[in-house]
Design a protein around this ligand. Sequence first.
Ligand code: FAD
Length: 467
Amino acid sequence: MEIVPYDLIVIGSGPGGYSAAIRAGQYGLKTALVEKQARLGGTCLLVGCIPTKALLQTADIWERFVHSDKEGIQCESPRLDYPKVKERKDGIVNKHSNGVGMLLKRAKVERITGYASLKGGAQVEVKTDAGVETLEARNILIATGSEARMLPGLQADSETVLTNIEILNLTEIPRSLIIIGAGAVGVEFASIFRRFGSEVTVIEMLPRIVPLEDEDISKELDRAFRKQKIRVETGARAENIQKIGKCIRLQLTTKDGKQEQLEAEKLLAAVGRKPNSERLGLENTRVELDRGFIKTDPYQRTAEPGVYAIGDVVAGTPQLAHVATMEGMIAVAHMAGKPAVPINKNRIPSCTYTDPGIGSVGLTEAQARAQGYSVRIGRFPFAGNSRATILGKHEGFIKVVADEKHGEILGAHIIGPEAFELIAEPVAAMNAEATVETMMQTIHAHPTLYEAMGEAFNAVYGLAINA
Ligand SMILES: Cc1cc2nc3c(=O)[nH]c(=O)nc-3n(C[C@H](O)[C@H](O)[C@H](O)COP(=O)(O)OP(=O)(O)OC[C@H]3O[C@@H](n4cnc5c(N)ncnc54)[C@H](O)[C@@H]3O)c2cc1C
């Protein structure tokens, strides 16, 4: 058995793993990246962030075509060619997956295709097509990510019961779609397929959709979805889910206790993601788990010396690509003896690409009040922003949550056009510890959507001009 010594072995090529491997290469560490799939990029690039946003972009353009007469453009019977839409989406994924390969090569990271597991000590066993290999490294970084949870008693297939993987492979738009779960994944697929013409029902057990967002954001998205004729059932239960021929049938119990039988062509399970920590050989190490998620310290160290973990597989980590990436930077900096600054969980942006879109950071109003802050709210509607009117997208608002005492920005919650881009400003402001006053003195170019951000800061002190 040949033992090859590395400075670092990364397991998993998602946004956490591949970015960490590149940074390690940049620091001059002898690094190998093991990925079990033939393609690089993990959930985010292959079956998550990127393909969904590619479809959402087409849904946006399609909607503009359908309503183009509002802008004085007559389009005679526009037609959606879904196989072509899918081809474009697949092309974007492939381009970027190949790009990851090139970046790894440039950073002199050795790529190994195979299934990795920890053997204890500093050893990693990799099963490849050619056989089993044992590698040795000073550091091991677990970046194995997560996979969709399935509803009890059901199994995903490519026809009727779908997860994010199968739904992205559809070659036709379903006539009807039931989505169970109204977190980011559920509502984004609702937004895609409703605009492509599917009849969409979203069923959520909790009292509101996008339950992690500020309550006002949930209410606004709920209102917008109903206007778009997406059926939204919150505080509801889906039971007795059965496949009947090529359809799905279930019993819905609404929040008022009414029961109804629902049928649809497809069902999407969007009920959360479970960590990929099984069959990783963790029993050979001192790595500790919390309900399957790996426990780490703020430098991403596990309880096993030399073994780090990042991304979706880590306990207490929001399952977001940019968090996985930043955790990778911290872990690699720490193992390379470079300055490493742990993540401040209050400064993590979170984006949901619905129509209208959502971008948020920091405390919600309810969380700020619960933590005892004397809260001031600044709220500005996109209806008062000229750029939003020009774009024909003036739904939604920006809500700034601030501390009355020092004007500290505690959180920002945006629902509206380009919310996912606009959130960058409050994130940077919070990271630089700017106060509301500093942001009121910051000049916002005209006419832009981000003027609305400036106005939301003004609104904290009742000084918005255009509302
Ligand atoms: C539909 C959908 C949309 C999303 N949209 C967004 C978004 O817009 N923005 C955002 O920030 N986040 C989004 N996410 C979440 C995001 O995809 C994840 O947070 C991110 O991919 C986590 O990165 P990771 O590196 O931890 O793991 P992953 O991306 O899951 O990658 C893990 C990799 O490890 C490999 N692997 C696992 N076990 C082994 C093993 N034993 N040996 C070798 N390889 C192994 C897997 O094959 C995989 O390639 C979305 C998720 C979904 C499902």
